[in-house]
Design a protein around this ligand. Sequence first.
Ligand code: GDP
Length: 175
Amino acid sequence: NSFDEECDYLFKAVLIGDSAVGKSNILSRLSKNEFHLDSKPTIGVEFAYKNIRVGDKLIKAQIWDTAGQERFRAITSSYYRGALGALLVYDITRRATFENLKKWLYEVREFGSSDMVIILVGNKSDLSNSREVNVEDGQSLAQLEEIAFMEISAKENLNVEEAFHQMVRRIHEIN
Ligand code: GDP
């Protein structure tokens, strides 16, 4: 379409985090403004596009989802190759997904580029009744790792765009 010709920048971003934290719903929220109650609406789709404007620049993000592969094997270098940004996602209602962030951070730093912009995202903020991870836990981890942090809800469409925009602005600043 005409956007492709006018787009000033194209960059790759990746979604990472445990299975069922909401990665594919974050992707469908960003790219199509859709949410699906059942898991994995589209198995096998590995990326989608999101167009955004930062200042006077038109930016096209190609956002990769693991398409379920995180269940079966470690995600490796090809997934991270060339990515300038990552949304690192956990589920605020499942403590284990927060504890596993150490593993994901290790992997990102092992395989990703050293200047990759990482945004820590606590998803499912709409389910605060079943919360197992406090906002403060997310904040202190983010502070420790020197990355940005936000709680979001793909379901209620809370802060999803904001988290993404924060990543894009930061990428734009350092590149
Ligand atoms: P993925 O395996 O990380 O890609 O996770 P999915 O996107 O498939 O989501 C796993 C499950 O969590 C699905 O049943 C989704 O409907 C649900 N889910 C995802 N995001 C949210 C959210 O923000 N709030 C609630 N309540 N459920 C969510």
